[in-house]
Write a protein that binds this ligand. Structure first.
Ligand code: KDG
Ligand code: MG
Length: 412
């Protein structure tokens, strides 16, 4: 099974997606997600200009060898662009291997360890009534675990809060913020950590009073706090029994989590911007976190994330793979096959894609009563309609950024 062609497909149905499509000499096709939100074209160039020429003629069955070749031969290791490109190749090869075997991919990863994957969705509102509407809408859609983000009094725009959260929630399609906005320049948001720290515990108290003690609740701090601020937040949220507090401090400094951990029993999740096992080394061996947030798409693919998760398993750390809409249906399916197979699955983030995205990517995974399943088609179970994809050319899009009241650029 030799790789005959490798095509990089860029499409922007509801947002930009980059997909690698490999075709073998026996006519099989494999797909891999290479979408790096807001920096999509850099991965396109990395793949088209530097990786595709290396793939033609290679044995598609040699997944590990191809991974090691792409990682080590480049000399310049790690980084989100490199690792997203390697991930796309790796996932496309796993898709091919599973199709050649006539099995759903999770069977090749060891078979199912559970019947389905607990998923969480994003509820948000600029204030408590709007947040409650969004939580109710998620419960109606079947979600059994919910992330809670709200506006903060005095701040105009804030991470994770849809400007039209309620209306969007009712459609069941676009109920979350759109973090990468189609625009020639990034949008500016404002931020005040003290106001946020004062406001958030009351929000969780209100949600627990309204929706009860049972439902797993999550929160994303989006890298905005210093270690001592994060420790304070974790402590103040303890009465509300969070499933996790995500990205409480900027992700570069693993040692910061040591300080947070010493002060709070709120479970911690981190890693959506990480791209190799080295970003986790201290966090895992010192048991400073509870959940690994990496996506297959940004961490070198199934082969590499599997190794990180197996390493994490020795320390009772579980998966919580990143799954916002900037992970394409191909990347989501890869996460689901891996999540179904590993023993230390924790939870899967899941936001439905828009209707146009669904018209480009045909998917066989299911979401029933809050549980995901990748389906039983051979391979990943996702196909891409190239003609449909061609209708939606790339559009410039940027993630927003933050400034404090005095104009200082802050972490976003
Ligand atoms: O591309 C950035 C988004 O994926 C990110 O802002 C979403 O934090 C996020 C999450 O937890 O889904
Ligand atoms: Mg996040």
């Amino acid at each position: 099974m030799k790789i005959q062609s490798a095509e990089v497909i860029v499409t922007s149905p509801d947002r930009n997606f980059v997909t690698l499509k490999l075709t073998t000499d026996d006519g099989l096709t494999g797909l891999g997600d290479a979408t790096l939100n807001g920096r999509e074209l850099s991965v396109v160039s990395y793949l088209r200009d530097h990786v595709v020429p290396l793939l033609i003629g290679r044995d598609a069955h040699q997944i590990e060898d191809t991974w090691q070749f792409l990682y080590r031969s480049a000399y310049w290791r790690r980084g989100p662009v490199t690792m997203a490109a390697i991930a796309a190749v790796d996932v496309a090869l796993w898709d091919l291997k599973a199709k050649a075997a006539g099995m759903p991919l999770y069977q090749l990863l060891g078979g199912a360890s559970r019947t389905g994957l607990l998923a969480y969705g994003h509820a948000s509102g600029k204030d408590i009534p709007e947040l409650f509407d969004s939580v109710r809408s998620h419960l109606e859609q079947g979600y059994q675990a919910i992330r809670i983000q709200t506006g903060v009094p005095g701040l105009k725009a804030i991470y994770g809060v849809a400007s039209n959260a309620t209306a969007a929630g009712n459609t069941g399609k676009r109920y979350d913020h759109e973090p990468a906005q189609r625009a020639p320049l990034p949008a500016e948001e404002d931020w005040d950590t003290r106001a946020y720290l004062r406001h958030l515990p009351g929000v969780f108290e209100a949600v627990r009073n309204e929706f009860g003690a049972d439902i797993p609740l999550l929160h994303d701090g989006h890298h905005r706090m210093t270690p001592i601020q994060a420790a304070k937040l974790g402590k103040s949220l303890e009465p509300y029994d969070l499933f996790w507090l995500e990205d409480c401090t900027p992700a570069e400094n693993q040692a910061a989590l040591r300080l947070v951990r010493q002060h709070t029993t709120t479970p911690l999740a981190i890693g959506e911007v990480f791209n190799t096992v080295w970003d986790y080394q201290g966090l895992i061996t010192e048991q400073l976190i509870d959940y690994v947030r990496s996506a297959v798409t940004h961490t070198g693919g199934i082969s590499a994330l599997r190794k990180i998760l197996d390493f994490a398993a020795q320390y009772q750390i579980k998966s919580g793979m990143h799954g916002p809409t900037d992970i394409s249906p191909v990347g989501m399916a890869a996460a689901m096959h891996l999540g179904l197979a590993i023993h230390n699955f924790g939870i899967q983030e899941y936001m439905k894609h828009g209707a146009l995205t669904d018209s480009v990517f045909q998917q066989s995974f299911t979401f029933t009563d809050g549980m995901l399943h990748p389906g039983d088609q051979p391979g990943l179970g996702v196909s891409l309609d190239v003609d449909e994809a061609g209708k939606y050319p790339y559009q410039t899009a940027y993630l927003p950024y933050n400034r404090l009241h005095d104009g200082t650029v802050h972490d976003w």
